[in-house]
Ligand binder design. Structure first.
Ligand code: SIN
Length: 520
């Protein structure tokens, strides 16, 4: 059986960056994604942009902005590494190597934009489709390098010596990861992929919530797999809610980028009055957690289900709205909202997971040979609340850090030890799966998380969520053990475990800080 140097699970910016650096250095790399289309992930959906080097900016200023947004709950080591290495990587790797076509202004200079809680315009963008531009360029670069990418392959569980080896002595050794059991979604076959290292780049948890800007694949897979293997997980109570997703019957969870506020847009209530200056001196450009709670508060007090974002009256940019914000303009127009002339109905939605699998500044988890990069990981960069437009860069940078760490290794797992790993044992139960019941299970998780583990939390709600999730969890585990394996059942199992981890952390942390807000 082939033994890879590295298996990477996930094809967003973090996974592909790692893959590219490793492949260029001559490693054998396999990239897996459960999606049919390799670009179907949250990187692709990112709109605003990416923090990049600018001569007028300083490392100290960037450190200060990240720490202020993160309520000083951050890892100062991670923040310093990010401020030192990150902004330049945008030029060295994304622009000069991968050819990402970020926008320039009419004078031919880089068109830096602004978002909340940044003290300087330091964000490069491609219209309002920055993630798509990065993703498209990285996929092309990866394909040109001949990187092996298998789509439609859903990781089930990490393989570890302690859990899986048939050699009894392995259970007494330090735990290490040796590959991943993976379902081929099309053939239903389970494949045993073996490797010296595994990098989890599976993204976040947004799809555990009823309202989210995330795509359907964000079911907490990586965190759940790492948790089952025994990796340390931290800061899981910190789920960031984006203040502005489109509120419309026919379009769910469409992001209305913060860069609209960076270019002048203001939040208004149903009477047309701006309200953010009642909540924070930086008004509409206050940190994201403050803005999301202010909108929630306005909605609760007025009994309305949404507020508005008014770009039409306040836009300050030089490029016409329809060219600067092509995706948002076209999407809104498709449902009859012309953002050039009228305010956009918006509602907060689950957006980004600031917690996750604990990693150091090399992307290493607490388990040997297991790395985590991007949203699934917790580098400590974001602390209690993430600064806007920092996540794509965190993914690209930690992808490189993890690759560098693997390239520096001189110790390898022997072939004999890999030989002790058995093939997957197919469960023999005869449980029938009913897709409607499984869908209902996911809906229940999403409602529970939205209602009780959402923007504003309290003890009673969190306890209720925990009890409900435990109950759903038992039923889902029975399906998982006894029904024929499908991608949906694997995701459901991961979703209920991840939801339980987030809820337990939220219950334990009684202090309101950043995006974890407790009423009691
Ligand atoms: C946005 O465009 O508002 C999202 C940017 C981010 O989440 O960093």
């Amino acid at each position: 059986m082939k033994i890879y140097d590295v298996i990477i699970i996930g094809t967003g910016v973090a996974g592909l960056s790692g893959a590219i650096h490793l492949k260029k250095a001559g490693k054998t790399v396999l990239v897996l994604t459960k999606n049919q289309a390799i670009e179907k992930n949250n990187t692709h959906h990112a709109q605003g942009g990416i923090i990049a080097y600018r001569q007028e900016d300083t490392e100290e200023q960037l450190v200060k902005d990240i720490l202020t947004a993160g309520c000083h709950y951050n890892s100062t080591e991670a923040v310093r590494a990010f401020a030192k290495d990150g902004p330049k990587l945008v030029f060295d790797f994304l622009i000069n190597e991968a050819n990402v076509p970020f926008n320039k202004n009419n004078q031919g200079n880089w068109d830096y934009t602004e978002e909340a809680a940044h003290s300087i315009r330091r964000i490069l963008h491609y219209e309002d489709r920055s993630g798509e531009a990065i993703q498209t360029s990285l996929i092309k670069h990866a394909q040109d390098l001949g990187i092996e990418i298998k789509s439609n392959h859903t990781a089930i569980d990490l393989i570890s010596n302690n859990h899986h080896s048939l050699d009894g002595q392995e259970r007494y050794r330090q735990r290490e990861v040796m590959g991943v059991y993976t379902l081929n979604n099309e053939t239903q076959e389970v494949i045993t992929f073996l490797s010296q290292n595994v990098i989890l780049a599976t993204g976040g948890v947004g799809y555990l919530y009823q309202h989210t800007t995330n795509n359907k694949a964000s079911t907490g897979d990586g965190m759940s797999m790492a948790y089952r293997t025994g990796a340390d997980i931290i800061n899981s109570e910190f789920v960031q809610f984006h203040p502005t997703s489109l509120f419309h019957r026919d379009i769910k969870g469409f992001l209305i980028s913060e860069s609209l506020r960076g270019e002048g847009a203001k939040l208004i209530n149903h009477e047309g009055r701006t309200f953010m200056s009642d909540y924070h001196p930086d008004a509409d450009l206050a940190p994201r957690d403050v803005v999301a709670r202010a909108i929630y508060n306005e909605m609760t007090n007025s009994g309305k289900n949404y507020m508005f974002l008014d770009l039409a009256s306040y836009y300050e940019g030089e490029v016409p709205i329809e060219k600067r914000f092509t995706k948002i303009f076209n999407t809104c127009l498709s449902v009859g909202i012309d953002i050039r002339t009228e305010p956009i109905p918006i509602v907060p939605a689950a957006h980004y997971f600031c917690g996750g699998i604990k990693v150091n500044t090399e992307g290493q988890t607490s388990i040997k040979n297991l790395y985590a990069v991007g949203e699934v990981s917790c580098t400590g960069l974001h602390g209690a609340n993430r600064l806007a437009s920092s996540s794509l860069l965190e993914g690209a940078l930690w992808g490189k850090y993890a690759a560098d760490s693997i390239l520096a290794k001189s110790e390898f797992i022997s072939k004999e030890r890999f030989d002790s790993i058995p093939l997957w044992e197919t469960p023999t139960g005869d449980e029938e799966t009913d897709p409607l019941l499984l869908k209902q299970d996911l809906n229940l998780i999403q409602l529970t998380m939205w209602n009780y583990v959402g923007i504003v939390r309290d003890k009673r709600g969190l306890e209720r969520a925990k009890a409900d999730l435990d109950y759903h969890g038992h039923r889902i585990m029975k399906f998982y053990k006894e029904a024929p394996l499908t991608r949906y059942i694997i995701e459901l199992r991961n979703a209920v475990i991840s939801a339980g981890i987030i809820t337990t952390s939220a219950l334990h942390n009684k202090q309101s800080i950043g995006c974890h807000y407790r009423q009691n």
